[in-house]
Design a protein around this ligand. Sequence first.
Ligand SMILES: [Ca+2]
Ligand SMILES: [Ca+2]
Ligand SMILES: [Ca+2]
Length: 592
Amino acid sequence: MRRCPAPCLALRLAGIALAALGFAASAAAAPASVNGLIVKLRERPADAAAQDSADTRLDRVLRVAGMGAHARHLGARSRHLDFGARLPREEAQRLALRLAESPEVEWVVPNERERRLDVPQDPRFAASYQGSGQWWLFPAGGSNANDIEERRRGVPGVQSAWQTSTGGANPVVAVLDTGITAHADLTRSVLPGRDFVSTVEYANDGDGWDADASDPGDWVSAADRANAALFGDCEEADSSWHGTTIAGMLAADTNNGVGVAAINWSGRVLPVRVAGKCGADVADIIAGMRWAAGLQVLDAQGRAVPINPNPARVVNISFGGSAACNAAYQDAIDELAAHGVVVVAAAGNEHGAVTRPASCRGVVGVAALNRDGFKASYSNFGGAVKIATVGGDPRWYGDWGMLVGDDGLLSIGNNGKTQPGSAIYTREAGTSFAAPVVAGVIGLMLGVNPQLTVAQVIDGLQRSARPHVLAPKMAACSDRNPGRCVCSTATCGAGILDAAGALQYALAPGSYVAPNRQPEVVDNAEITAAVALGADRAANGGSESSSSDGGGGGGALGFGWLAALALAVAALRPCRSRRARSRAPAPAGAAR
Ligand SMILES: [Ca+2]
Ligand SMILES: [Ca+2]
Ligand SMILES: [Ca+2]
């Protein structure tokens, strides 16, 4: 065979995509060297010398190409070519292109070293832990034939994304929430935060703004409720430790042989305390957002608050109010976006309209899915949602729950009913916990490509998303079917968050091509049995759920009540925002 001269080779280089030769498209994801090539010869043409063996033919191909290599049998016509030393990636590409010129060669690929699939050695991560572990981090997949524990068509597949990146110290992710508590599985990652709860009676730490983001507890007692002016619109509740649980999802110590894993194995979270008893004021949320982003904030006396030395690129807000997005929120969100800071917000838990700030322009509003990919019972929905991911859909919630539910997202917490008690592990459910799944994946995206703009982050999340599942027996999400229901791009955002796909976008946003994926069809015995019960009745009230894993329990909030009250709250105190979180005790005797 005639060797291709240099100009010809240049043309071939232009014409042959290296990807077709099995080389990774992105240098960032590729190993620096490979151990030879793997080549397969074509089935011999009928008019060729009939008796030549594959080895004889391969010897001829190598001779023509001017190469010497030891060939090891990998099949009737395929061989591993060992060149005696590892080949630099560029050299391997050059040799592969030369071999591919031969009409005898069917294909040639690099013999790359596959990496061990990264599985963190945290005992509660594993599926063997309580039968499900941290299933919300596991690879997406499963079919209708699987048991429900093996069905994960709604999850983001974070474990698959870890093959590309397990994260790093940047970017900082801010958790605008109730503050932070000490936990033995959250020791590496918590940056010095700040406390922006301005009303002393809600702050619970004896003062207004301060430099200590510790969570003193956000319980509301019967005695508090007696003070109707301040607490009349709050429910009695135990402390939530909401911020600790979210920080743990994002950046608990991972691969440390203890407890749980987090989305970012070595992430850093910035606890910004904006919520005390009864929720968070919009003005405090906005001050916290701006401070988190590294902007100048002035206190009530007009004095400068020290600039945050660890500005965040991602801000997670798992609180919300029922009124429309207001100008105060929108200005702050626009200001943060101009500084490259992405705001992620929970859509809310009233199985109704999306709460603010998730409904604001430019915010990544997150709806919650069941593990099978349809909308979780409680999740709000609508056109403002950007993306959807699992938020836990408790099996003890509603008639459908026992059939199609799960046992919540496992992270860290605290068992104190009022003040901080002991550090525990806890399973939670709510859009509050779906939002940080998205925030964490955005953190991985910005980790591999800090140059991404806010618009690119949102574009990447949406274009890489998997299509919403189809479920022919279930009703589409609508005002008439606001409980567990089938999502569409009109109700639950562009699709199901796909962490690995989002990272592929982040590596090369300009050349990213979304895979052409067909929606999964969810149809199984559990759905059939659930549909036979009638529509999921979550919209008619009841409480959201959580359970503790290792002691203690959560408080309870009735969200039917909350949805009804929200208008009255808005009228009384326009700046007061209600928490969009979901907790209730597991039924007595539940094994967990
Ligand atoms: Ca304070
Ligand atoms: Ca404080
Ligand atoms: Ca751990």
